[in-house]
Design a protein around this ligand. Structure first.
Ligand SMILES: O=C(O)c1ccc[n+]([C@@H]2O[C@H](COP(=O)([O-])O)[C@@H](O)[C@H]2O)c1
Ligand SMILES: Cc1cc2nc[nH]c2cc1C
Length: 345
């Protein structure tokens, strides 16, 4: 048995020969070369990732990871912590934003409760995987112990496996206080201080200053330990961020394209890439969130969000909103005529 944890196993590379073939075909279709812009690259990348000459994004699965944050004791969010569990109930009831979008897309939706403060009763489409009553307060100690962060990564892998044989995996999150955890973790991974902090759900300027001070204190407290991405995730991250990280790595290892959502999901994606660099080849980014720190994260990952709609909800909604673009890219690729078929000379 190997001692190397599963999350370090490199994913396969996308099939570059299929991407080259797709790019050649795109140039034969009845349009000036390159005129469908990024939709062309999307189709070619999806073909390479799916290992299919004809890419498709019919079967979409959305896993929403939910958990609470001990750092809420520092008054770093504009909304009460009880909203996390309240939203898990709404995801299950089917009237939260991501549930509406999932229905529009015909996508599967599962919620993984990794650690709401209070337990919830059994609910449809919710997996009870509570590992703790939220994280501990990162300002005064590590957010998680070693067993818990490993278990949260594993719950992410299990969630991806339950998604089954989908064409595209989306990971969403729900956790009051998690823009503080994400800004701290992103800051640790980028060797920054609290620069990634922003208003989150709706802090005013004084609130953002308070949030920055808490993040700076946490980063200072955990100091050199943060050089390891796993330790950074454990000390200043969150249960749902670790779940997303595990799911993204497992998806890449299983050759599944991933559509990343906003600020928090992108920090999880960056954590996944730092733990396992080959994961980057499997990621698409659905949108550019209005949370200001998202810009820096996307730049670091050499990524561009497909949409820029001023969204900042989380839950996976920014990724879900971009699915129709991926579907259109695939349909154009599959269904457009070539110059030859159209009889153009
Ligand atoms: O995805 C984003 O870009 C995003 C930006 C700001 C806030 N959120 C959501 O808002 C919640 C966290 O906000 P906060 O202010 O409590 O840290 C959490 O449930 C996230 O899903 C999400
Ligand atoms: C109502 C509400 C829904 C959310 N979904 C994700 N973060 C959220 C924050 C609030 C406050």
């Amino acid at each position: 048995m190997s001692d190397t944890p599963w999350w370090h196993t490199p994913p396969p590379r996308p099939d570059t020969a299929l991407a080259a073939r797709a790019r050649r075909r795109l140039d034969t279709l009845i349009k000036p070369p390159g005129s469908l812009g990024r939709l062309e690259a999307l189709a070619a990348t999806l073909a390479a990732q799916q290992g299919r000459p004809e890419p498709q994004v019919e079967r979409v699965h959305i896993s929403v990871f939910a958990a609470d944050h001990g750092v809420c004791a520092e008054a770093i969010s504009s909304v009460p912590q009880a909203v996390t569990a309240g939203m898990v109930r709404r995801f299950s009831a089917g009237d939260a934003a991501i549930a509406v979008l999932a229905r529009q897309l015909g996508a599967g939706l599962e919620v993984i409760n990794l650690g709401t403060l209070e337990p919830l009763p059994a609910l449809p489409a919710v997996v009870d995987a509570r590992l703790a009553r939220g994280t501990a307060n990162m300002r005064t100690g590590p957010a998680m112990d070693r067993e818990t962060v490993a278990a949260a990564l594993e719950e992410g892998r299990r969630a991806f496996r339950r998604a089954g044989d989908c064409d595209l995996f989306i990971g969403g999150e729900m956790g009051i206080g998690n823009t503080t955890a994400a800004a701290a973790l992103g800051g640790a991974l980028l060797g920054l201080g609290s620069e990634l902090a922003g208003p989150g759900t709706g802090l005013d300027a004084a609130g953002v200053e308070r949030k920055r001070a808490v993040i700076d204190q946490a980063l200072h407290r955990h100091g050199p330990h943060l050089a390891s991405p796993l330790e950074a995730l454990r000390r200043v991250g969150g249960l749902e961020i670790a779940g997303l990280t595990g799911a993204f790595i497992a998806a890449a290892q299983a050759r599944s394209p991933v559509l990343v959502d906003g600020f928090i999901a992108t920090v999880a994606a960056l954590t996944a890439v730092r733990l396992n660099p080959g994961v980057r080849d499997w990621l698409h980014f659905g949108h550019h969130s209005a949370e200001p720190g998202h810009t820096r994260l996307l730049q670091t990952l050499a990524a561009e969000g497909l949409l820029d709609l001023g969204m900042r909800l989380g839950e996976g909604t920014g990724a879900a909103a971009a699915v129709p673009l991926l579907r259109m890219a695939c349909a154009l690729y599959r269904e457009m005529a070539t110059f030859q078929e159209a009889g153009f000379t």
